[in-house]
Design a protein around this ligand. Structure first.
Ligand SMILES: N=c1c2ncn([C@@H]3O[C@H](COP(=O)(O)OP(=O)(O)OP(=O)(O)O)[C@@H](O)[C@H]3O)c2ncn1[C@@H]1O[C@H](COP(=O)(O)O)[C@@H](O)[C@H]1O
Length: 108
């Protein structure tokens, strides 16, 4: 089974922006512009949430792939290099999360 690497997908999407191919869905999104891409990210996010809520692993897998693809289109549209996301995640490796319980609400 072919597996797609997210950085390779980013590079492919970037190529589509630089060298548009007529009839490509990616090209269609770039032509429509930022508002359309943002709407798709919102729509796919909602679909991931519903898939998780329905405890449907196949739907969650499918919708997560859709969301990641549209997020990558957004990063390319915003000219944010994939390297920056890797750097951000990398800066967190080995760090202990800062998490504190909120103080309980007290009766006045
Ligand atoms: N990973 C994806 C990918 N995931 C989802 N999609 C498209 O995202 C769309 C999501 O479907 P929807 O039903 O939500 O949207 P729609 O009704 O088709 O269209 P709108 O709602 O946006 O008008 C579908 O058309 C899918 O084909 C993708 N399109 C492309 N890719 C990758 O991008 C590469 C380049 O693709 P081209 O777009 O053909 O250049 C491909 O080889 C793939 O690797």
């Amino acid at each position: 089974m072919t597996q797609q690497n997210l950085e390779e997908l980013y590079n492919l999407v970037k190529q589509r922006k630089e060298n548009p191919i007529d009839g490509s869905y990616t090209d269609y999104l770039f032509k429509k512009g930022l508002d359309k891409i943002l709407k798709k990210v919102g729509e796919e996010t909602t679909e991931v949430i519903v898939a998780a809520k329905n405890s449907d692993p196949a739907e969650l897998q499918y919708e997560t792939a859709d969301l990641l693809y549209h997020l990558i289109v957004l990063l390319v549209e915003c000219d944010l290099p994939f390297e920056k996301i890797k750097e951000e995640l990398g800066s967190r490796v080995g760090q202990m999360s800062q998490f504190k319980d909120r103080a309980p609400i007290k009766k006045l």
